[in-house]
Design a protein around this ligand. Structure first.
Ligand code: IMP
Length: 182
């Protein structure tokens, strides 16, 4: 597909994304064989990734979604989590696999993990398409990572800038001119 004019560099093209979904799906299918599994996608960024990934997980599973937001003020603890939409089932004694588009500071995902543990989940792991280890404000490494990327603002394949670009079939670096002029 032709590159969007606001994208300065493509970090993951459609073929690479498909390979990642296939390989992570295979690994997850092996790791969770004989364990009941619940996928929880964090909306809205997870949509394309979750949709592609789950078709490569060859296990009986349940699918749910959540909408959360966490404060990024720096001085606030990772416990500052607002749940805007919650999944409609108990997670007590369940194996939860959270699906994220990107882990940056780590504040959102660590707060969500804490919340699921508090609710009594047996295990809580994370699969993220992208990881920006350079952005961390808390120490955290996701269990499954599609690709590690530099600390740059990326869009596409679920990721947005002001709610736009989620529909691009690839992941690219947004031209800084787009947000610098605002
Ligand atoms: P964290 O709490 O900083 O790890 O934030 C993770 C969330 O911030 C992701 O789920 C995205 O919604 C958003 N985010 C972080 N980096 C980017 C990016 O480069 N592009 C778009 N959204 C991002």
């Amino acid at each position: 597909m032709k590159k969007n004019d606001q994208v300065v560099e493509i970090l993951l093209n459609e073929t690479e994304i498909a390979d990642i979904c296939r390989s992570l799906g295979k690994q997850i299918s092996t790791d969770y064989a004989n364990k009941p599994l619940i996928l929880v996608g964090l909306l809205k960024g997870c949509i394309p990734f979750m949709s592609d990934l789950m078709r490569h997980i060859n296990l009986p599973l349940e699918v749910y979604y959540m909408v959360v937001s966490s404060y990024h003020g720096g001085i606030r603890s990772s416990g500052d989590l607002t749940i805007k939409y919650d999944l409609e089932r108990s997670v007590k004694d369940q194996n939860i696999l959270l699906i994220e588009d990107v882990v940056d500071t780590g504040l959102t995902i660590t707060a969500v993990i804490e919340m699921f543990k508090y609710r009594g989940a047996t295990s809580v792991e994370v699969v993220t398409l992208l990881d920006k280890p350079g952005g961390r404000l808390v120490e955290y490494t996701p269990r499954y990572i599609g690709k590690k990327i530099p600390k740059k603002f990326v869009i596409g394949y679920g990721l947005d800038y002001q709610e736009k670009y989620r529909n691009l079939p690839y992941v690219g670096v947004l031209d800084p001119k787009v947000y610098e002029k605002e």
